[in-house]
Each structure stands twice: as structure tokens, then as C-alpha cells.
Design a protein around this ligand. Structure first.
Ligand SMILES: [Zn+2]
Length: 300
């Protein structure tokens, strides 16, 4: 079977190429997936913008209204890292709905990936750190609200700690948040997940994979999970501008395969999101994000 992939051309909000947020990685990722034969029309889905009601499950109603009206206060836009105009607002609604759609596809097919998402710094009150809406938190709460899942696990392996997801889901006992990240990376003030592993600078493939392989059985033993959201941020890579953990391409590949095979071997549906990646070499960055899809395709 072909891997179910969710994508929308407007995931790309068209920033200048030298912007600190490498927006061109979204179309380049789709190119990379097509070149690898992974994006086939019959397994490609496109989301509609997320309804406000979904967004308000995870975010303060006044903040959601501000984003939808493109009237986000300048103070919050500074924390997000870019102004929230029409295209950024639409992009955030689409990427969030994309993760909801990918989660539903994962429930049906076992595994699916959104070619965006992982906006894990967006907290309940507001966005931050290049994240406008927290797609994984919205999707978790939407699945719980509609009774599609009872127990949700978030496995966040982006190099940055999943503070926003932890904030939004902290009072939701049916969702468990796990983040393994660089101790010295953003955010400086972390919001505790249900379980956090902070790694030292320069951890490297071997030590990283050891920690991961040791923790996965603990995570799957906690409960019978109905759904795993996997944030496969590639900013753990040695050549990433913002990461400090020094993984190689092979390390990334082993990481994604380890996570996906662990949960799929136990019959647990997995929804992958791409998370962060900040190399200035956009084609190399897109190829790095494609690794998640290559690993996922082996279990589709
Ligand atoms: Zn990150």
C-alpha cells in the first residue's frame, strides 16, 4: 500500500528565501517525495482550513479570533517570529487541519503523515517560536472530543522541547506528552511534559538511539494507546542551524525507523508530522524531512 500523505500547496506562505523560517521546504519536500515515488495521487489528501471550533479546543478563543482576523498583537507576532497576515493565517489553519486529517487516516490505515505540522511551541494562550497553532494538540483534542480515541501519546523528537503541547495537554489525562530534546535549545523556560528527556550538546547518533530504544518500551507499557503522534523534527541534525544534538542522516533514518516500527509492531496507529528543520540548504533540508516518509512508507 502507498503511504497516506496529507499536503496542501498553501502550506507554503511564500516567505523571502532568506527568512529565518525556511518556508520553501514545504514545496521542496513534496518534490522530494514525488522524486522518491512516495507521493502518489491515490494516497494524497488535501485538508480544508481548520474550523475555529477545532482551534478553540486547544487555544484561547480570543487568540484564535485574532489569528483568523489577522489581528494578532505585535507583541505576540514577535514571539511567533513573523507577522500573521492572510497567508500565514491560512497556512496555520491548513497545517492544523492537515494533522487532524492525517490522524484520521492513520486510524483507518495504521499510518499517515502530514507534510507539515509539529508546531509544538504554540501554547494555549498564544503562538511562539515559529508556531501559530499547535496542530498536534488540536488533533489530539479533536479526536478525544469526537470519541475517535481514548488514549493518545505524543512522541516529540524535535530538538526543541515541546513546551506548547505540554501546556495545552497538561490537564488532559487522556493524552500523554513525551519530549526528548536538546537541554540547551529553545525554549529557555521549558513547560514540563508528562515525561521529558533533556540531552546534552553533541549527543550524536549512538547515545541518542540508546536513549530512544530504552524509553520506547516504557512508553508503550504505560497504556493501550489508540494513537501516537510522532513529531519527527530534523533539527537534531548536525548541520541544522538551530540544533545541538549532532545526528547524521543515518541517525535520523534509524530514529524514524525505530519509532515507527516500535508502535506499528504493536498495532498502534501512528500519525507523523515533520516538525522543525532550519538548514539554509533548502533542498538538503527537504531531503532530510523526506526520511520520515521513507521510513513510514515501509509500514504502510
Ligand atoms: Zn525544533
Amino acid at each position: 500500500m502507498a503511504l497516506q500523505i496529507v499536503h496542501h500547496p498553501d502550506y507554503d506562505a511564500g516567505f523571502a528565501v532568506n527568512h529565518r523560517f525556511p518556508m520553501s521546504k514545504y514545496p521542496l519536500l513534496m518534490e522530494a517525495l514525488r522524486a522518491r515515488g512516495l507521493a502518489v495521487p491515490e494516497a494524497l489528501s488535501m485538508p480544508e482550513p481548520a474550523p475555529a471550533a477545532w482551534l478553540k479546543l486547544a487555544h484561547a478563543a480570543d487568540y484564535v479570533d485574532q489569528v483568523l482576523a489577522c489581528e494578532v498583537p505585535a507583541r505576540i507576532e514577535r514571539e511567533i517570529g513573523f507577522p500573521v497576515g492572510q497567508r500565514v493565517s491560512l497556512r496555520a489553519q491548513l497545517a492544523t487541519a492537515g494533522t487532524v486529517l492525517a490522524a484520521r487516516l492513520a486510524l483507518k490505515h495504521g499510518i499517515a503523515c502530514n507534510a507539515a505540522g509539529g508546531s509544538h511551541h504554540a501554547r494555549r494562550a498564544q503562538g511562539a517560536g515559529f508556531c501559530t497553532f499547535n496542530d498536534v494538540a488540536v488533533a489530539s483534542l479533536a479526536l478525544l472530543a469526537e470519541g475517535a480515541a481514548e488514549n493518545i501519546l505524543v512522541v516529540d523528537l524535535d530538538v526543541h522541547q515541546g513546551d506548547g503541547t505540554a501546556d495545552i495537554l497538561k490537564d488532559e489525562p487522556r493524552a500523554f506528552t513525551f519530549s526528548m530534546h536538546g537541554d540547551r535549545n529553545y525554549p529557555a523556560r521549558k513547560i514540563a511534559s508528562d515525561l521529558d528527556i533533556a540531552l546534552p550538546d553533541g549527543t550524536g547518533d549512538a547515545a541518542y538511539l540508546d536513549r530512544l530504544r530504552a524509553i520506547l518500551p516504557e512508553l508503550s507499557a504505560r497504556r493501550r494507546w489508540d494513537m501516537v503522534f510522532y513529531n519527527a523534527g530534523v533539527d537534531v541534525h548536525a548541520e541544522d542551524r538551530l540544533g545541538r544534538l549532532s545526528l547524521t542522516d543515518n541517525g535520523l533514518r534509524a530514529r524514524d525507523k525505530t519509532v515507527i516500527s516500535h508502535f506499528r509492531a504493536r498495532g498502534i496507529p501512528l500519525c507523523g508530522v515533520i516538525g522543525g528543520g532550519y538548514s539554509t540548504d533548502a533542498p538538503a533540508l527537504a531531503a532530510r524531512h523526506a526520511i520520515l516518509f521513507e521510513a513510514a512508507a515501509a509500514y504502510a
